[in-house]
Design a protein around this ligand. Sequence first.
Ligand code: PLP
Length: 400
Amino acid sequence: MKKKPRLSLSTLAIHGKHLHAFRGPVAFPIYQTSTYRFEDSHDAIRYAQGDPSVYVYTRYHNPTVNEVEDRIALMEGGDAAALFSSGMAAISTVILSLCHTGEEIVSTPALYGGTYRFFRDHLPEYNIHVKYVNPSSLEDLLYLITPRTRVVYLETPTNPTLDIVDIQKIVTTTRKVEKELGSSITVVIDNTFATILNQDPFAYGVDIVVESSTKYLGGHADLIGGVVVGNKKLIPQVKKHAKYLGGCADPFAAFLLDRSLKTFALRVQCQNKNALTLARALKKHTKVRRVFYPGLPSHPQYRLARRQMNGGFGGMVTIDLKGGVKAAVKLCDNLRIAINAMSLGGVETLVSIPVYSSHVNMSNEELARHGVTPGMVRISVGVEGIEDLIGDFRQALKKV
Ligand code: PLP
Protein backbone atom coordinates (compact mmCIF):
# COMPACT_ATOMS: atom_id res chain seq x y z
CA MET A 1 0.00 0.00 0.00
CA LYS A 2 1.23 3.49 -0.77
CA LYS A 3 1.83 6.22 1.81
CA LYS A 4 -0.99 8.73 2.28
CA PRO A 5 0.08 12.12 0.89
CA ARG A 6 0.29 14.97 3.37
CA LEU A 7 -1.52 17.44 1.15
CA SER A 8 -4.71 17.37 -0.88
CA LEU A 9 -4.76 16.57 -4.58
CA SER A 10 -5.68 20.19 -5.46
CA THR A 11 -2.75 21.60 -3.50
CA LEU A 12 -0.31 19.14 -5.06
CA ALA A 13 -1.72 19.80 -8.56
CA ILE A 14 -1.24 23.54 -8.14
CA HIS A 15 2.05 23.78 -6.22
CA GLY A 16 3.79 20.44 -6.70
CA LYS A 17 7.27 20.44 -5.20
CA HIS A 18 7.45 24.29 -5.17
CA LEU A 19 5.18 24.74 -2.16
CA HIS A 20 7.87 26.29 0.01
CA ALA A 21 9.89 28.03 -2.71
CA PHE A 22 10.70 31.71 -2.12
CA ARG A 23 11.90 32.73 -5.55
CA GLY A 24 11.22 31.95 -9.15
CA PRO A 25 8.29 32.26 -11.52
CA VAL A 26 4.79 31.32 -10.40
CA ALA A 27 4.09 29.78 -13.80
CA PHE A 28 6.81 27.34 -14.80
CA PRO A 29 8.39 28.51 -18.11
CA ILE A 30 8.52 26.59 -21.37
CA TYR A 31 12.01 25.41 -22.21
CA GLN A 32 11.28 25.44 -25.92
CA THR A 33 14.61 23.99 -26.93
CA SER A 34 15.73 20.79 -28.56
CA THR A 35 19.25 20.84 -27.13
CA TYR A 36 21.38 22.39 -24.33
CA ARG A 37 24.71 24.20 -24.20
CA PHE A 38 27.48 22.47 -22.28
CA GLU A 39 29.60 24.70 -20.08
CA ASP A 40 32.58 22.75 -21.36
CA SER A 41 33.28 19.21 -22.48
CA HIS A 42 33.30 18.04 -18.87
CA ASP A 43 29.50 18.25 -19.03
CA ALA A 44 29.54 15.86 -21.99
CA ILE A 45 31.86 13.54 -20.05
CA ARG A 46 29.62 13.69 -16.96
CA TYR A 47 26.63 12.86 -19.17
CA ALA A 48 28.52 9.96 -20.79
CA GLN A 49 29.33 8.68 -17.28
CA GLY A 50 25.60 8.64 -16.48
CA ASP A 51 25.12 11.87 -14.49
CA PRO A 52 21.36 12.53 -14.83
CA SER A 53 21.66 16.22 -13.89
CA VAL A 54 23.28 17.13 -17.24
CA TYR A 55 20.69 18.26 -19.78
CA VAL A 56 21.63 17.05 -23.25
CA TYR A 57 18.71 16.73 -25.63
CA THR A 58 14.94 17.19 -25.24
CA ARG A 59 14.04 13.66 -26.32
CA TYR A 60 15.96 12.55 -23.19
CA HIS A 61 14.82 15.26 -20.77
CA ASN A 62 13.50 18.79 -20.64
CA PRO A 63 12.88 21.00 -17.57
CA THR A 64 9.23 21.79 -18.48
CA VAL A 65 8.50 18.13 -19.15
CA ASN A 66 10.27 17.07 -15.94
CA GLU A 67 8.34 19.67 -13.91
CA VAL A 68 5.03 18.19 -15.07
CA GLU A 69 6.25 14.62 -14.54
CA ASP A 70 7.18 15.43 -10.93
CA ARG A 71 3.82 17.09 -10.29
CA ILE A 72 1.81 14.21 -11.75
CA ALA A 73 3.86 11.68 -9.76
CA LEU A 74 3.02 13.62 -6.57
CA MET A 75 -0.66 13.82 -7.50
CA GLU A 76 -0.94 10.15 -8.33
CA GLY A 77 1.15 8.95 -5.39
CA GLY A 78 3.83 7.23 -7.50
CA ASP A 79 7.60 7.58 -7.14
CA ALA A 80 8.06 8.99 -10.64
CA ALA A 81 6.32 9.67 -13.93
CA ALA A 82 7.16 9.83 -17.63
CA LEU A 83 5.39 12.13 -20.04
CA PHE A 84 4.66 11.11 -23.63
CA SER A 85 3.48 12.66 -26.89
CA SER A 86 0.14 10.79 -26.66
CA GLY A 87 -1.71 8.23 -24.58
CA MET A 88 -0.95 5.61 -27.22
CA ALA A 89 2.78 6.46 -27.09
CA ALA A 90 2.61 5.95 -23.31
CA ILE A 91 0.74 2.63 -23.60
CA SER A 92 2.81 1.16 -26.44
CA THR A 93 6.09 2.17 -24.78
CA VAL A 94 5.06 0.63 -21.45
CA ILE A 95 4.09 -2.64 -23.13
CA LEU A 96 7.23 -2.83 -25.27
CA SER A 97 9.43 -2.05 -22.29
CA LEU A 98 7.88 -4.87 -20.24
CA CYS A 99 7.24 -7.63 -22.82
CA HIS A 100 9.62 -9.45 -25.13
CA THR A 101 9.08 -11.92 -27.92
CA GLY A 102 7.34 -15.11 -26.76
CA GLU A 103 5.81 -13.43 -23.71
CA GLU A 104 2.16 -12.83 -22.89
CA ILE A 105 -0.28 -10.27 -21.56
CA VAL A 106 -3.57 -11.03 -19.83
CA SER A 107 -6.06 -8.18 -20.22
CA THR A 108 -9.63 -7.24 -19.53
CA PRO A 109 -11.42 -7.23 -22.92
CA ALA A 110 -13.22 -3.87 -22.95
CA LEU A 111 -10.37 -1.52 -23.80
CA TYR A 112 -9.95 1.79 -25.57
CA GLY A 113 -10.17 0.89 -29.29
CA GLY A 114 -6.60 1.99 -30.05
CA THR A 115 -5.20 -0.19 -27.28
CA TYR A 116 -7.37 -3.13 -28.32
CA ARG A 117 -6.20 -2.86 -31.95
CA PHE A 118 -2.56 -2.47 -30.83
CA PHE A 119 -2.96 -5.71 -28.85
CA ARG A 120 -4.86 -7.48 -31.65
CA ASP A 121 -2.97 -6.30 -34.77
CA HIS A 122 0.55 -5.23 -33.75
CA LEU A 123 1.74 -7.21 -30.75
CA PRO A 124 1.42 -10.59 -32.56
CA GLU A 125 4.00 -9.24 -35.05
CA TYR A 126 6.44 -9.13 -32.12
CA ASN A 127 5.27 -12.61 -31.08
CA ILE A 128 3.62 -11.10 -27.99
CA HIS A 129 0.13 -12.49 -27.41
CA VAL A 130 -2.80 -11.20 -25.41
CA LYS A 131 -5.36 -13.36 -23.62
CA TYR A 132 -8.57 -11.89 -22.26
CA VAL A 133 -10.11 -12.51 -18.86
CA ASN A 134 -13.83 -12.13 -18.31
CA PRO A 135 -14.22 -9.36 -15.65
CA SER A 136 -17.11 -11.27 -14.08
CA SER A 137 -14.91 -14.34 -13.47
CA LEU A 138 -11.57 -12.88 -12.46
CA GLU A 139 -10.60 -16.15 -10.72
CA ASP A 140 -9.86 -17.37 -14.29
CA LEU A 141 -6.61 -15.41 -13.93
CA LEU A 142 -5.42 -18.38 -11.90
CA TYR A 143 -5.06 -20.43 -15.09
CA LEU A 144 -4.78 -17.66 -17.73
CA ILE A 145 -1.54 -16.39 -16.18
CA THR A 146 1.38 -18.61 -17.19
CA PRO A 147 5.16 -18.43 -16.64
CA ARG A 148 5.25 -16.39 -19.89
CA THR A 149 2.88 -13.68 -18.58
CA ARG A 150 4.66 -10.37 -18.02
CA VAL A 151 1.72 -7.94 -17.81
CA VAL A 152 -1.81 -7.97 -16.46
CA TYR A 153 -3.61 -5.01 -18.06
CA LEU A 154 -6.95 -3.44 -17.19
CA GLU A 155 -9.24 -0.50 -17.79
CA THR A 156 -12.05 0.57 -15.48
CA PRO A 157 -14.62 2.05 -15.99
CA THR A 158 -14.71 0.53 -19.45
CA ASN A 159 -15.37 2.30 -22.72
CA PRO A 160 -18.22 2.85 -23.66
CA THR A 161 -20.36 0.64 -21.38
CA LEU A 162 -18.83 2.00 -18.15
CA ASP A 163 -18.61 -1.42 -16.52
CA ILE A 164 -16.54 -1.56 -13.37
CA VAL A 165 -13.67 -4.04 -13.04
CA ASP A 166 -12.61 -5.05 -9.52
CA ILE A 167 -9.03 -3.72 -9.23
CA GLN A 168 -8.44 -5.27 -5.82
CA LYS A 169 -9.41 -8.72 -7.07
CA ILE A 170 -7.16 -8.45 -10.13
CA VAL A 171 -4.16 -7.44 -8.03
CA THR A 172 -4.72 -10.05 -5.30
CA THR A 173 -5.22 -12.90 -7.79
CA THR A 174 -2.22 -11.83 -9.87
CA ARG A 175 0.03 -11.66 -6.80
CA LYS A 176 -1.12 -15.13 -5.74
CA VAL A 177 -0.18 -16.71 -9.11
CA GLU A 178 2.98 -14.66 -9.32
CA LYS A 179 4.09 -16.11 -5.98
CA GLU A 180 3.23 -19.66 -7.02
CA LEU A 181 5.10 -19.29 -10.32
CA GLY A 182 8.01 -17.35 -8.83
CA SER A 183 7.72 -14.90 -11.74
CA SER A 184 7.43 -11.14 -12.02
CA ILE A 185 4.21 -9.64 -13.37
CA THR A 186 3.48 -5.94 -13.76
CA VAL A 187 -0.13 -4.87 -13.24
CA VAL A 188 -0.91 -1.92 -15.51
CA ILE A 189 -4.11 0.13 -15.41
CA ASP A 190 -5.37 2.73 -17.86
CA ASN A 191 -6.92 5.26 -15.45
CA THR A 192 -7.93 7.78 -18.13
CA PHE A 193 -11.69 7.55 -17.58
CA ALA A 194 -11.70 7.69 -13.79
CA THR A 195 -8.61 9.85 -13.15
CA ILE A 196 -6.78 10.01 -9.84
CA LEU A 197 -9.53 12.22 -8.41
CA ASN A 198 -12.04 9.36 -8.56
CA GLN A 199 -9.93 6.22 -8.38
CA ASP A 200 -6.56 5.55 -6.77
CA PRO A 201 -5.01 2.42 -8.36
CA PHE A 202 -1.78 2.50 -6.31
CA ALA A 203 -3.87 2.10 -3.15
CA TYR A 204 -4.74 -1.39 -4.49
CA GLY A 205 -1.16 -2.31 -5.32
CA VAL A 206 -1.23 -1.66 -9.08
CA ASP A 207 2.32 -1.20 -10.42
CA ILE A 208 1.85 1.22 -13.31
CA VAL A 209 -0.83 3.80 -14.09
CA VAL A 210 -1.12 5.01 -17.70
CA GLU A 211 -3.33 7.86 -18.76
CA SER A 212 -4.08 9.77 -21.92
CA SER A 213 -3.42 13.30 -20.67
CA THR A 214 -5.24 14.47 -23.80
CA LYS A 215 -8.37 13.85 -21.72
CA TYR A 216 -9.11 14.94 -18.12
CA LEU A 217 -5.58 15.94 -17.14
CA GLY A 218 -5.37 18.27 -20.17
CA GLY A 219 -9.07 19.05 -20.08
CA HIS A 220 -9.31 21.76 -22.77
CA ALA A 221 -9.24 19.81 -26.06
CA ASP A 222 -6.01 21.57 -27.03
CA LEU A 223 -3.21 19.09 -26.39
CA ILE A 224 -2.26 15.48 -27.09
CA GLY A 225 -0.29 13.69 -24.41
CA GLY A 226 0.17 10.62 -22.27
CA VAL A 227 1.63 9.84 -18.89
CA VAL A 228 3.01 6.77 -17.12
CA VAL A 229 3.35 6.71 -13.33
CA GLY A 230 5.10 4.03 -11.30
CA ASN A 231 7.92 3.14 -8.98
CA LYS A 232 11.66 3.90 -9.01
CA LYS A 233 12.49 0.67 -10.80
CA LEU A 234 9.82 0.69 -13.52
CA ILE A 235 9.85 4.34 -14.62
CA PRO A 236 13.58 4.40 -15.56
CA GLN A 237 12.96 1.18 -17.52
CA VAL A 238 10.06 2.85 -19.39
CA LYS A 239 12.10 6.03 -19.95
CA LYS A 240 14.99 4.03 -21.40
CA HIS A 241 12.65 2.58 -24.02
CA ALA A 242 10.99 5.96 -24.60
CA LYS A 243 14.38 7.32 -25.69
CA TYR A 244 14.55 4.82 -28.54
CA LEU A 245 10.88 4.59 -29.45
CA GLY A 246 10.85 8.39 -29.46
CA GLY A 247 7.38 9.24 -28.15
CA CYS A 248 8.64 12.00 -25.84
CA ALA A 249 6.42 14.93 -24.86
CA ASP A 250 6.92 18.25 -26.58
CA PRO A 251 7.79 21.13 -24.19
CA PHE A 252 4.85 23.24 -25.34
CA ALA A 253 2.37 20.39 -24.77
CA ALA A 254 3.95 19.93 -21.32
CA PHE A 255 3.47 23.66 -20.61
CA LEU A 256 -0.22 23.43 -21.57
CA LEU A 257 -0.58 20.39 -19.34
CA ASP A 258 1.14 22.22 -16.47
CA ARG A 259 -1.47 24.96 -16.77
CA SER A 260 -4.32 22.44 -16.96
CA LEU A 261 -3.25 20.56 -13.83
CA LYS A 262 -3.96 23.62 -11.71
CA THR A 263 -7.70 23.39 -12.41
CA PHE A 264 -7.82 19.59 -12.72
CA ALA A 265 -9.63 18.93 -9.43
CA LEU A 266 -12.11 21.79 -9.95
CA ARG A 267 -12.98 20.58 -13.43
CA VAL A 268 -13.35 16.90 -12.58
CA GLN A 269 -15.46 17.61 -9.48
CA CYS A 270 -17.83 19.65 -11.66
CA GLN A 271 -17.84 16.94 -14.36
CA ASN A 272 -18.71 14.28 -11.75
CA LYS A 273 -21.65 16.37 -10.54
CA ASN A 274 -22.92 17.28 -14.01
CA ALA A 275 -22.63 13.68 -15.24
CA LEU A 276 -24.64 12.29 -12.34
CA THR A 277 -27.38 14.90 -12.81
CA LEU A 278 -27.52 14.36 -16.59
CA ALA A 279 -27.57 10.56 -16.18
CA ARG A 280 -30.53 10.84 -13.78
CA ALA A 281 -32.41 13.13 -16.18
CA LEU A 282 -31.77 10.93 -19.25
CA LYS A 283 -32.83 7.80 -17.36
CA LYS A 284 -36.37 9.18 -17.20
CA HIS A 285 -36.58 9.91 -20.94
CA THR A 286 -38.94 7.72 -22.97
CA LYS A 287 -36.64 7.53 -26.02
CA VAL A 288 -33.70 6.24 -23.98
CA ARG A 289 -33.57 2.46 -23.60
CA ARG A 290 -30.78 2.44 -21.06
CA VAL A 291 -28.35 4.77 -19.29
CA PHE A 292 -24.90 3.47 -18.38
CA TYR A 293 -23.42 5.38 -15.44
CA PRO A 294 -21.67 3.80 -12.43
CA GLY A 295 -23.20 6.38 -10.07
CA LEU A 296 -26.77 5.19 -10.70
CA PRO A 297 -28.06 2.56 -8.22
CA SER A 298 -29.42 0.67 -11.28
CA HIS A 299 -25.83 0.11 -12.54
CA PRO A 300 -25.01 -3.63 -12.14
CA GLN A 301 -21.77 -2.88 -10.26
CA TYR A 302 -23.00 0.13 -8.30
CA ARG A 303 -21.74 -1.25 -4.97
CA LEU A 304 -18.31 -2.00 -6.39
CA ALA A 305 -18.22 1.47 -7.99
CA ARG A 306 -19.01 3.08 -4.63
CA ARG A 307 -16.18 1.18 -2.98
CA GLN A 308 -13.61 1.64 -5.73
CA MET A 309 -14.41 5.12 -7.04
CA ASN A 310 -14.16 7.11 -3.87
CA GLY A 311 -14.06 10.64 -5.31
CA GLY A 312 -17.01 10.41 -7.66
CA PHE A 313 -18.21 8.36 -10.61
CA GLY A 314 -16.59 10.30 -13.43
CA GLY A 315 -17.77 12.48 -16.27
CA MET A 316 -18.67 9.79 -18.83
CA VAL A 317 -22.27 8.75 -19.45
CA THR A 318 -23.43 6.40 -22.21
CA ILE A 319 -27.01 6.06 -23.42
CA ASP A 320 -28.60 3.44 -25.66
CA LEU A 321 -31.44 4.86 -27.75
CA LYS A 322 -34.55 2.85 -28.58
CA GLY A 323 -34.35 4.00 -32.23
CA GLY A 324 -30.90 2.40 -32.86
CA VAL A 325 -28.15 4.01 -34.92
CA LYS A 326 -30.56 6.32 -36.82
CA ALA A 327 -31.70 7.81 -33.53
CA ALA A 328 -28.10 8.11 -32.34
CA VAL A 329 -27.16 10.06 -35.50
CA LYS A 330 -30.23 12.31 -35.18
CA LEU A 331 -29.48 13.07 -31.55
CA CYS A 332 -25.85 13.96 -32.25
CA ASP A 333 -26.81 16.15 -35.23
CA ASN A 334 -29.40 18.12 -33.27
CA LEU A 335 -27.49 18.98 -30.12
CA ARG A 336 -26.72 22.69 -29.94
CA ILE A 337 -24.43 22.91 -26.89
CA ALA A 338 -22.87 19.45 -26.79
CA ILE A 339 -20.38 19.04 -29.63
CA ASN A 340 -20.37 16.08 -32.02
CA ALA A 341 -16.69 15.17 -31.73
CA MET A 342 -14.46 12.31 -30.65
CA SER A 343 -12.31 12.39 -27.50
CA LEU A 344 -13.37 13.12 -23.95
CA GLY A 345 -12.49 14.75 -20.66
CA GLY A 346 -12.58 18.40 -21.72
CA VAL A 347 -14.58 21.31 -20.37
CA GLU A 348 -16.86 21.10 -23.43
CA THR A 349 -19.50 18.34 -23.52
CA LEU A 350 -18.77 16.00 -26.43
CA VAL A 351 -20.87 13.20 -27.93
CA SER A 352 -19.81 10.33 -30.15
CA ILE A 353 -21.34 7.15 -31.54
CA PRO A 354 -19.11 4.21 -30.53
CA VAL A 355 -19.84 2.09 -33.65
CA TYR A 356 -18.56 4.99 -35.78
CA SER A 357 -15.71 6.06 -33.50
CA SER A 358 -13.96 4.07 -30.74
CA HIS A 359 -15.36 0.74 -31.98
CA VAL A 360 -15.10 1.18 -35.74
CA ASN A 361 -13.51 -1.76 -37.63
CA MET A 362 -14.77 -4.33 -35.15
CA SER A 363 -16.74 -7.40 -36.15
CA ASN A 364 -20.32 -7.92 -34.88
CA GLU A 365 -18.93 -10.63 -32.63
CA GLU A 366 -16.36 -8.21 -31.15
CA LEU A 367 -19.02 -5.51 -30.69
CA ALA A 368 -21.29 -8.00 -28.91
CA ARG A 369 -18.39 -9.09 -26.70
CA HIS A 370 -17.78 -5.44 -25.76
CA GLY A 371 -21.51 -4.85 -25.20
CA VAL A 372 -21.58 -2.12 -27.86
CA THR A 373 -24.89 -1.51 -29.65
CA PRO A 374 -25.63 0.68 -32.72
CA GLY A 375 -27.95 2.95 -30.70
CA MET A 376 -25.28 3.97 -28.22
CA VAL A 377 -24.17 7.56 -27.77
CA ARG A 378 -21.22 8.22 -25.49
CA ILE A 379 -21.34 11.54 -23.67
CA SER A 380 -18.26 13.17 -22.19
CA VAL A 381 -19.93 15.63 -19.84
CA GLY A 382 -18.28 19.03 -19.58
CA VAL A 383 -18.57 21.89 -17.12
CA GLU A 384 -21.37 23.88 -18.78
CA GLY A 385 -24.42 24.86 -16.75
CA ILE A 386 -26.23 21.60 -16.06
CA GLU A 387 -29.72 23.01 -16.76
CA ASP A 388 -28.48 24.15 -20.19
CA LEU A 389 -27.13 20.66 -20.91
CA ILE A 390 -30.31 18.88 -19.82
CA GLY A 391 -32.33 21.32 -21.96
CA ASP A 392 -30.04 20.67 -24.93
CA PHE A 393 -30.49 16.88 -24.71
CA ARG A 394 -34.28 17.27 -24.26
CA GLN A 395 -34.65 19.46 -27.36
CA ALA A 396 -32.46 17.14 -29.46
CA LEU A 397 -34.29 14.01 -28.25
CA LYS A 398 -37.59 15.60 -29.38
CA LYS A 399 -36.23 15.50 -32.94
CA VAL A 400 -35.23 11.83 -32.73
N1 PLP B 1 -6.83 5.34 -23.19
C1 PLP B 1 -8.11 5.73 -23.23
C2 PLP B 1 -9.06 5.20 -22.20
C3 PLP B 1 -8.56 6.59 -24.23
O1 PLP B 1 -9.84 6.95 -24.28
C4 PLP B 1 -7.63 7.05 -25.21
C5 PLP B 1 -8.04 7.95 -26.30
O2 PLP B 1 -9.22 8.20 -26.52
C6 PLP B 1 -6.31 6.62 -25.13
C7 PLP B 1 -5.94 5.77 -24.10
C8 PLP B 1 -5.28 7.04 -26.13
O3 PLP B 1 -4.90 8.36 -25.89
P1 PLP B 1 -4.32 9.35 -27.02
O4 PLP B 1 -5.44 9.64 -27.96
O5 PLP B 1 -3.86 10.54 -26.23
O6 PLP B 1 -3.21 8.64 -27.70
